[in-house]
Design a protein around this ligand. Structure first.
Ligand code: ADP
Length: 395
């Protein structure tokens, strides 16, 4: 089976053609500068092709993707009939979606209704969906939501302690993000430990970072909130912050709420703390050369992740398994070691040699560690392809 996985942004569109059973990716790529001029980067194995193609809208971008997938020289399929279904990443499913969904008029209306909650991403995701409908009419399509995995949280985790009207009338609550990644690593952790009922803490640490507390495969709590700004500090996001800081800065510097939020989303986090970069590799290099601000950024990031791990162990009543995933979680042995330092009291003991691993599935805890610690590379595209295949198979 071939599933075309699409992640549409406002001016970009990522794609992968993959087999949901084996996870084999036959081709993948990126359309950029949609609405400006248009550029396609297409990869088949190690071979990469780049070309400028006019893309006034997402429809031309999807057409360019389909053209190259069937292209004699660079393509991997003979005709688009070989694409069985399309799976779309959609940011916000609000309270309407606790699972992936076949795309029909009702589903599109519900994604539209969630635009106030995901004002930047949902409209772009919809452009990708509509473009596929226009270019491949009748092809089964599925929406996979970044929020869906977290919908099993109990009210004590998702409700904010603010007047009820904002929840009842405006859907203001914790939703959480990176759900497709948390779902994927949860499935893998259950398979790797052979236990469905494990108390699991997932650390998705990348440019954006979030943690989830999971029991019996179901999310009990997560660190991001109504938006991806909440939780631990990240590449450029502040993470949790006292709302009075926002009021102070807006009043003193005459900033609008949008300007202030832009600062908290794009100019804060380890970028602001280090003054060096939002990229953890650059910060680790600078810290190694004696830059004190870079060292503080790493220390604070590890401290915040460690605090969430402790909080989630308390929330779950223990922890059997700790998982590291995404760019930093999969690749930075030193950050994993920093985070786990001080978690010995709850039975976390890393094996320094086993921890010396990058980008592959590995058990990195010591044999006598009470908590199993795993590195599990995430694969959101595979999760999207599998959900798509499952739902389309059911049609
Ligand atoms: P995104 O949230 O954009 O999907 P990723 O999950 O790809 O991000 O993570 C990107 C982050 O991973 C970057 O900050 C990068 O510095 C970090 N990263 C990648 N490789 C390493 C490494 N070897 N050591 C430390 N950090 C790394």
């Amino acid at each position: 089976m071939n599933v075309l996985v699409i992640n549409a942004g406002s001016s970009s569109l990522k794609y992968q053609l993959m087999d949901p059973e084996t996870g084999a990716v036959s081709a993948k790529g990126l359309c950029e500068r949609i609405g400006i001029d248009g550029r396609l980067t297409h990869k088949v194995g190690d071979r990469k092709v780049e070309m400028d193609i006019p893309m006034p809208t997402h429809s031309e971008a999807i057409t360019a993707v389909l053209d190259i997938l069937v292209d004699k020289e660079n393509g991997v399929i003979a005709s688009t009939d070989e694409i069985d279904a399309v799976g779309h990443r959609v940011l916000h499913g609000g309270m309407k979606f606790s699972d992936s969904c076949i795309i029909d008029d009702k589903c599109i209306k519900a994604i539209e209704d969630c635009i106030p909650l995901g004002p930047l991403h949902n409209p772009a995701n919809l452009m990708g969906i509509r473009a596929c409908q226009a270019v491949m009419p009748g092809k089964p399509q599925v929406a996979v939501f970044d929020t869906a995995f977290h919908m099993t949280m109990p009210p004590k985790a998702y409700r904010y302690a603010i007047p009820k009207t904002y929840y009842e009338n405006d859907d203001i609550r914790r939703y959480g993000f990176h759900g497709t990644s948390h779902k994927y690593v949860t499935r893998r952790a259950i398979a790797l430990t052979g236990r469905q009922d494990i108390k699991l803490i997932n650390c998705h640490l990348g440019n954006g970072s979030s943690l989830s507390a999971v029991k019996d495969g179901k999310c009990q709590d997560t660190s991001m909130g109504l938006s991806p700004l909440a939780g631990v500090c990240m590449g450029t996001r502040s993470g949790d912050i006292d709302a009075c800081v926002v009021q102070f800065i807006m009043n003193k510097y005459g900033m609008t709420a949008d300007e202030c939020l832009n600062m908290l989303n794009k100019k804060s986090g380890v970028l602001a703390l280090s003054g060096v970069s939002s990229d953890f590799r650059d910060i680790e290099d600078a810290a190694a050369k004696g830059n004190a601000d870079a060292a503080l950024a790493l220390e604070k990031f590890a401290y915040e992740v460690r605090k969430y791990v402790g909080a989630y162990a308390a929330a779950l009543g223990g922890c059997d398994c700790l998982v590291f995933t995404a760019g930093v979680g999969e690749n930075s042995a030193s950050m994993r070691a920093r985070i786990c330092e001080g978690l010995e009291y709850m039975g976390v003991k890393l094996d320094p040699e086993k921890n010396n691993v990058r980008g592959k599935e590995a058990l990195i805890s010591a044999d006598d560690s009470k908590v199993q610690v795993w590195v599990i590379p995430t694969n959101e595209e595979l999760m999207i392809a599998q959900d798509t295949a499952e739902l389309v198979g059911k049609m």
